[in-house]
Design a protein around this ligand. Structure first.
Ligand code: AMP
Length: 403
C-alpha cells in the first residue's frame, strides 16, 4: 500500500475545536469544520466536506473535548474520511506556547506533553486547551503520530537583545519572563511566500510581516529568520488589536490598581478584552470602523488613527532593526482585506522607499500580490496567511522524515 498522505489539523481552544483535513499530495482540503461552545447547552458543530461540497450543522450539547472530537470523527466518517482511515498519516496540533524549549515542530510523547504542561503558568489561557485536544486525540488514535506545531517556535531565533526585557535577569529567568512572540506559524508561512512572490529564496530577503487580524503582530524577518516581533511574554504587547491595548506604560497598571481601585483580574480583562479598537470606539471589526469613518464618525476616526500610528511605529522600528528591507507584507483578516489600512499605514513612508499603488491596492484577490508601484525601492505586498496549511506541511514533513 502507498504511504498515507492525509493530515488532520486540530486547533483546540478552551471551548472550541477548529479542524481541517488535508491531503498533502496537493495540499487540498478534504474537510473543514468547527465545534463551538463546548460544555454549554448551545454547542454547535459546522462541517463542510470539500470533496462533495456538502455542509452539515449539528446543534446539540457537546459536553467536553472528547465528545467534540468523537463528533468530528463521526462527521468525517460519514464522508468516508474517518479518523480510522489508513490514509491518515498524522494529526498536527496547534500549540500556542512552546517557550524556549520547542524551536521546531515536535512529535508528541509523554515527555513533550509534560513540557507543554510545564509552560501552563506562562500561557494559562491557551496551553491547557491545547493539551486537552492532544490528550483526546491521542486516546482516539494512540497508534498515530501526533505533532505539536508551536506559535512561538519561529521566534526562538530572536537574539537575546530582542527577546529580553530590561529587568534583573535572575528574576526574569526564575519566572520565565521574556519575549516569546506569537503568530509564528503565520509569520513563517507569509515571509516564505513573500520571498517566493519576489522570485527569491527566503535566505536572500529581509521582510517586515504585519499580521493584522483580531489579534495583531509584526515581525522582522532577516534572511528567513525572525529577529524581532511585537508580541512579548504574552500576546498583549505590541500593535493595537481588536480588543487588546498592545504597548502601554506598565505603570498604567499600578495606577489603575492604586488610584482606580481595580483588581488585577479586572485590569487583565480591561487590557486583553475591553481595549484596542473595541475599547477606543466600541467596535473591533475593521469593516464597521471604516463604515463609521466614512460617515464622519470622529470617535471611530481617532481609533483608526491610533491603530495606524502604532503600525507605522513598528514599520520604522523594524526597518532600523533590519537595516535593509526588501518587502513589507500585510496578512490576516484586516491586512488581507482592508485597503484603507494598507494605504494609511504606508502613507508618508516614501522616504523609506515605501509606496502603495492605489489601483493595485484596490484590487481584491485571494492570492499573494504586490501593491507597490514597479518603481518602488521596497516591495509592499498582500499575502494571505494559511496557518492550517503550514501546520499540516510541517507535520507531514516531520512524519515523513521520521517514518
Ligand atoms: P482574523 O483574526 O485574521 O480572522 O481577522 C478578523 C478581523 O479581520 C475582523 O475582526 C475584521 O476586523 C477584519 N476583516 C475581515 N474581513 C474584512 C474586510 N473585508 N474588510 C476589513 N476588515 C476585515
Amino acid at each position: 500500500m502507498s504511504s498515507p498522505t492525509r493530515v488532520l489539523v486540530l486547533n483546540s481552544g478552551s471551548s472550541s475545536v477548529k479542524y481541517q483535513l488535508l491531503d498533502m499530495r496537493d495540499s487540498s482540503r478534504l474537510a473543514v469544520g468547527l465545534v463551538e461552545r463546548i460544555g454549554e447547552q448551545t454547542s454547535r458543530l459546522k462541517h463542510t466536506c470539500r470533496v462533495t461540497g456538502e455542509m452539515r450543522e449539528q446543534r446539540a450539547p457537546i459536553a467536553d473535548h472528547e465528545a467534540a472530537l468523537k463528533a468530528v470523527g463521526e462527521e468525517l466518517h460519514r464522508d468516508g474520511l474517518g479518523l480510522d482511515s489508513p490514509e491518515l498519516a498524522a494529526i498536527g496540533h496547534r500549540v500556542v506556547h512552546g517557550g524556549m524549549f520547542f524551536t521546531e515542530p515536535t512529535v508528541i510523547d509523554d515527555a513533550v506533553l509534560a513540557e507543554i504542561e510545564r509552560l501552563v503558568p506562562v500561557a494559562p489561557l491557551h496551553n491547557p486547551a491545547n493539551l486537552t485536544g492532544i490528550r483526546t486525540a491521542r486516546a482516539l488514535r494512540p497508534d498515530l503520530p501526533q505533532v505539536a506545531v508551536f506559535d512561538t517556535a519561529f521566534h526562538t531565533t530572536m537574539p537575546e537583545s530582542a527577546a529580553r526585557y530590561a529587568i534583573d535577569p535572575k528574576i526574569a529567568d526564575r519566572y520565565r519572563i521574556r519575549r516569546y512572540g506569537f503568530h509564528g506559524t503565520s509569520h513563517a508561512y507569509v515571509s516564505r511566500q513573500t520571498a517566493r512572490l519576489l522570485g527569491k529564496d527566503p535566505s536572500e530577503v529581509n521582510v517586515i510581516v504585519l499580521h493584522l487580524g483580531n489579534g495583531a503582530s509584526a515581525a522582522a524577518v532577516e534572511r528567513g529568520r525572525c529577529v524581532d516581533t511585537s508580541m512579548g511574554m504574552t500576546p498583549l504587547e505590541g500593535l493595537v488589536m481588536g480588543t487588546r491595548s498592545g504597548d502601554l506604560d506598565p505603570a498604567v497598571i499600578f495606577h489603575l490598581e492604586r488610584v482606580g481601585g481595580m483588581s488585577m483580574d479586572e485590569v487583565d480583562t480591561l487590557l486583553n478584552k475591553m481595549s484596542g479598537l473595541f475599547g477606543l470606539c466600541g467596535d473591533n471589526d475593521m469593516r464597521e470602523i471604516r463604515r463609521r469613518v466614512d460617515e464622519g464618525d470622529e470617535v471611530a476616526r481617532l481609533a483608526f488613527d491610533i491603530y495606524i500610528h502604532r503600525i507605522k511605529k513598528y514599520i520604522g522600528a523594524y526597518y532600523a532593526v533590519l537595516g535593509r528591507v526588501d518587502a513589507v507584507v500585510f496578512t490576516a483578516g484586516v491586512g488581507e482585506n482592508a485597503a484603507p489600512v494598507r494605504e494609511a499605514a504606508i502613507g508618508g513612508l516614501a522616504g523609506l522607499g515605501l509606496e502603495v499603488d492605489a489601483g493595485r491596492n484596490a484590487v481584491r484577490g485571494d492570492g499573494p500580490r504586490l501593491i507597490s508601484p514597479d518603481s518602488a525601492r521596497v516591495a509592499v505586498a498582500v499575502v494571505p496567511t494559511d496557518e492550517e496549511l503550514e501546520i499540516a506541511t510541517q507535520t507531514y514533513a516531520l512524519v515523513e522524515k521520521s517514518g
